[in-house]
Design a protein around this ligand. Structure first.
Ligand SMILES: Cc1ncc(COP(=O)(O)O)c(C=O)c1O
Length: 428
């Protein structure tokens, strides 16, 4: 993992903040509400104060002279930020572009490609709902069909993932959309095995790595996916609105941004069309992208072992958390520790399942109860059917075992209580 062992220096052209963030008190570093036990870094992480300060300084520069910043300086600054990110994810800067988020990255790829009626687009039942929708949309437009591989959860080992995906491949499979770290079930899928397995059969692979950067070590060049998109605003802790799309050089010509802009008829030859088009997609605030190197630097400085140390600490904390929660609920851990990064999902017992089927994005009533009555932010997802639930905890630098013990105590009380939480939406 390049440049991940210690403090990274800020990219050229960037003002750097003091590197001594390791000893900053939590409330000086994180803006989190001290009255809330925040166990949902996975959905929306918190961005550290030094990174937000850095972003603010960039915004001030922009507003002092927008022409200077956006027209004369932006491209060079984006190049520097891309170079820092590329070093972190094991890629060449030219193969990577910034996009606002992983949803945009997935859409850009799926809406650039075309298929024929009868072609099959493969995904798994663990796919993130928004990206599954993008796949359905792209398939429908082309008369193609979406095939969903049924990967079990709970599961015993990663071979079950490989078998399920392999079994769903046919001669008509053209592209596979695979999550690197799944959202609801919180597991790291063995994409290093899936990518060659699929590509050997002539299938293009689009990896949705929304959670992976900053959670697991990445080497995108070695992985060799045709397309890989990820977020910097989750586990790298960059400001919201910073994601990237990585595309193999030979595929870049076909991939266009969702917003076609000036780059489409540019006669520039000094950089690729891919870079030119994604480099400007209309006026927006680019400071989240430009703050990525600062987030990389600041978060590495948070741990004596740099990024490797931080990821390991987050991983070990979530393993302990899962053990405490499984003991409290008297359930068996639903997957091997080796398939976890810094998320862990556990099935809720019948006593806390509830009936109503919920529309996407609606919060589960049990999740709401934990937030409103106990000030614990932790997501609850329907799995595999709306009548059953998974609870997913996250582990980030600001979390401690105390947080998970609080949740475990609350769950133990609820499960042990007479009426449990077999409640309706209003009661739970
Ligand atoms: C697997 C997966 N893909 C995509 C996304 C979407 O991320 P964003 O909203 O930043 O596009 C998420 C969000 O949690 C996710 O878990």
């Amino acid at each position: 993992m390049q440049g991940r062992g210690g403090v990274q220096s800020a990219a050229p052209g960037f003002r750097s903040f003091p590197s001594d963030v390791m000893n900053q008190k939590d409330d000086a570093f994180w803006l989190l509400d001290p009255n809330v036990t925040y166990l949902n870094h996975g959905s929306f992480g918190s961005c550290p104060r030094p990174v937000l300060d850095f972003q603010h300084s960039l915004r001030e520069r922009l507003e002092k002279n927008a022409m200077q910043f956006l027209v004369r300086e932006l491209e060079g600054m984006l190049d520097s930020a891309r170079a820092a990110l590329a070093a972190f994810v094991g890629a060449k800067p030219d193969d990577l572009v910034f996009v606002a988020n992983a949803t945009t990255g997935v859409n850009a790829v799926l809406r650039s490609l075309t298929w024929k009626p009868g072609d099959e687009l493969l995904t798994t039942n663990h796919v993130y709902n928004a990206c599954g929708n993008a796949l359905d949309f792209a398939a429908e437009r082309n008369g193609a069909r979406v095939v969903v591989a049924d990967v079990p959860f709970p599961l015993d080992d990663e071979q079950q993932v490989v078998d399920a995906v392999g079994a769903a491949v046919t001669e008509r499979t053209r592209l596979a959309l695979i999550d690197h770290v799944t959202s609801e079930t919180g597991i790291v899928l063995p994409i290093d095995r899936l990518i060659p397995l699929l590509q050997e059969r002539g299938i293009e692979v689009l990896i949705d790595g929304a959670h992976a950067p900053g959670m697991v070590a990445l080497n995108l060049d070695a992985l060799g996916a045709d397309y890989y998109t990820g977020n910097c605003h989750k586990w790298i802790c960059a400001p919201k609105g910073a994601g990237f799309l990585h595309v193999k050089p030979e595929k870049q010509g076909a991939i266009r941004p969702l917003a076609i802009s000036h780059g489409a008829n540019s006669d520039r030859t000094d950089r690729s069309r891919f870079q030119i088009e994604f480099g400007w997609t209309g006026t927006s605030d680019p400071t989240a992208f430009l703050s990525v190197p600062e987030a990389l630097r600041v978060m590495a400085a948070r741990h004596s072992g740099g990024w490797a140390g931080l990821m390991k600490a987050n991983h070990e904390r979530v393993i302990d958390a899962r053990r405490v929660l499984c003991e409290a609920l008297r359930i068996v851990p639903p997957c091997p520790e080796s398939m976890l990064g810094s998320l862990a999902s556990i099935p809720l017992p019948d006593a806390v399942t509830i009936e109503p089927s919920l529309p996407p994005l609606a919060l589960d009533p049990f999740q709401d109860r934990l937030a409103h009555r106990y000030a614990i932010e932790v997501p609850v997802f329907p799995w595999p059917q709306p009548s059953r639930r998974l609870l997913r905890v996250s582990s980030q630098d600001y979390n401690s075992q105390e947080d998970y013990r609080r949740l475990a105590d609350v769950l133990r009380d609820i499960v042990g209580s007479d009426d449990g939480c077999r409640a309706s939406a209003s009661g739970c």
